[in-house]
Design a protein around this ligand. Structure first.
Ligand SMILES: Cc1cc2nc3c(=O)[nH]c(=O)nc-3n(C[C@H](O)[C@H](O)[C@H](O)COP(=O)(O)OP(=O)(O)OC[C@H]3O[C@@H](n4cnc5c(N)ncnc54)[C@H](O)[C@@H]3O)c2cc1C
Length: 335
């Protein structure tokens, strides 16, 4: 793919925006700290610097989708490597004078008067910053069923995002490994791409009779026995091995991870939903004024790159309007 030309760096920011300062003598002083440089954080940062906001973008550079070689469904970038997509986005943000981008792990965000104190560190380098607003774009951590070979096939033969990857598995003999009570809905969704699906609940007891009946009427097979592991070789997955030794040939499939939003470093407590995701209004505002959240760390998905990027753009507009102050709420302005 052709490289996307970098934007021309902007002239110095307008007086409303604060200059990045610090340079080893004190905290960097910025309008906004964006934490996480996946599509959500990158898009938020890009739109904020274009609003003449000074932005510190801090990223640990551990993207969840690094397990896969190709990303799908991002308009104009269908099939792109996820790392290339991040690099293109990061290059665009770094092209602006208002942006400071650092690789580090944020380990503390705490209120400091009417501002936010942010601390990050990485391999001996420390970053201290003071900001008027914080955008949390840190994505999710995945916890998988305890199958030793699952990680080896994840992102190539086995996927979690049906919308992203089912197209390329259409018509194949697939497995769906799921230990959560959304198993029926997810299985029926996957079954819209293949007539040969086996659902494995791995002895978790998540299915009831009504669920079994719905799956049976859709032609979806169910195996509720304990799963020992996935089988396969360097060319990919070949089957599912049960604890009793039975091996069912399968060329790939889907797994339902449990998702966790790890926010121990955030020294305030925005409201979370039952899954632990950060509740936001449609403009990314959390229940804590000045703290916003975007992308996968918020409900309800779908967990897709373009959705996260769009969420970042909406939230950037809200952050900017809130910092200007006294404007019609974005929710009212866009309805
Ligand atoms: C294997 C896999 C394949 C996928 N394939 C597709 C696909 O084909 N198409 C598609 O549309 N979607 C796909 N997705 C989903 C997509 O990757 C996510 O929906 C999207 O990346 C979410 O963006 P995000 O910005 O919210 O979070 P992420 O992209 O996860 O980015 C979060 C960033 O925050 C950083 N971070 C976390 N904690 C901290 C901290 N304390 N300090 C600093 N930085 C931190 C992380 O290192 C990471 O870089 C896939 C997901 C997976 C797991």
């Amino acid at each position: 793919m052709d490289a996307t030309p970098l934007p021309t760096p902007h002239t110095p920011p307008a007086p409303a925006a604060e200059q990045v300062s610090g340079h080893g003598t004190g905290p960097l002083t910025v309008d906004v700290v964006v934490i996480g440089a996946g599509p959500a954080g990158l898009s938020a940062a890009l739109n904020l610097v274009r609003a003449k906001r000074t932005v510190l973008l801090v990223d640990a550079n551990r993207p969840r989708n690094a397990a896969t070689l190709r990303s799908h469904g991002f308009l104009t970038r269908d099939g792109i490597s996820p790392l290339e997509l991040r690099k293109l986005g990061r290059d665009e943000v770094e092209g602006y004078d208002e942006a400071t981008v650092v690789q580090a792990v944020v380990d503390r965000v705490a209120p400091d008067g009417d501002r936010w104190s942010v601390h990050a560190a990485w391999r001996g380098t420390e970053v201290e910053a003071s900001a008027r607003a914080v955008v949390v774009a840190t994505g999710l951590r995945e916890e998988f069923p305890a199958l030793p070979m699952l990680r080896a096939f994840y992102g190539t033969s086995v996927h979690s995002c049906v919308e992203c990857d089912a197209y390329d598995k259409a018509g194949e003999p697939l497995a769906f490994i799921c230990e959560t009570d959304d198993v029926v809905d997810r299985a029926l969704l996957i079954a819209s791409w293949t007539d040969d699906l086996v659902v494995y609940t791995n002895d978790s007891g998540v299915l009831d009779d009504a669920g079994r009946a719905r799956l049976a009427s859709a032609g979806v097979r169910v195996d509720e026995r304990a799963v020992a592991d996935l089988e396969g070789d360097r060319s990919g997955m070949t089957g599912v091995r049960l604890a009793d030794g039975h091996v069912e040939p399968r060329t790939g499939g889907f797994v339902r991870p449990r998702w966790h939003a790890d926010l121990d470093w955030l020294h305030v407590e925005p409201a979370r939903d039952a899954e632990g995701l950060v509740e936001v209004d449609r403009c990314g505002r959390t229940s804590v004024p000045g703290v916003y959240a975007v992308g996968d760390v918020t409900p309800p998905g779908p967990e897709q790159l373009i959705v996260a990027a769009g969420h970042g753009a909406v939230t950037a507009a809200a952050v900017h309007r809130d910092l200007v102050g006294g404007l019609t709420d974005l929710r009212d302005a866009v309805q």
